[in-house]
Ligand binder design. Structure first.
Ligand code: SF4
Length: 166
């Protein structure tokens, strides 16, 4: 049974059909299986990595992960590419408009640390974690869609392990 493997069930009575778990674990299990990501993309990692995930080949929605077009309904921010100093206040504002609990994945070398623009570009933020807290880093220029799926799976494990219940 999937929920047993994922560590959701704490006790299972052999004689009855009663399963015991914690409310916090149940909430986290629900959250990790219905991550709604904020539809925005600052740079080319959006095209190369993120948009591919919503094609039939990768079909991200089969994992319960789908885009929302307002931060008020989103709990996952995928920062897919270069964040300039001009864009940084908007990224921070979008993050602040998302309800708790919320999660951030930095996708690609630019979002992680400035990427190829680290040197000689005065206008690029050298890592989106200088603006918002980042939960998972997915390296690459751009990362393959499979790497992004792996990063999302890592985030799911982190959600279950961290015990976020608020
Ligand atoms: S990491 Fe590479 S592909 Fe992604 S935004 Fe930067 S330059 Fe573009």
């Amino acid at each position: 049974m999937g929920v047993v493997k994922e560590g959701l069930i704490r006790e299972q009575s052999p004689d009855t059909n009663i399963l015991l778990t914690k409310v916090g674990d149940l909430l986290n299990w629900s959250r990790k299986n219905s991550l709604w990501w904020l539809a925005f993309g600052p740079a080319c990692c959006t095209i190369e990595g993120l948009m591919c995930l919503n094609t039939p080949r990768f079909d991200l929605e089969r994992f319960g992960i789908m885009p929302r077009y307002t931060p008020r309904q989103s709990d996952l921010m995928l920062v897919t590419g270069t964040v300039t100093h001009n864009l940084a206040p908007m990224v921070k504002q979008l993050y602040e408009q998302m309800p708790e609990p919320k999660f951030v994945i930095a996708v690609g070398a630019c979002a992680i640390g400035g990427g190829p623009f680290y040197y000689d570009c005065y206008n690029v933020v050298r890592g989106v974690d200088q603006i918002v807290p980042v939960d998972i880093y997915v390296p690459g220029c751009p990362p393959r869609p499979e790497a992004l799926i792996h990063g999302i799976e890592m985030l799911k494990q982190k959600i279950m392990a961290r015990g976020k219940t608020d």
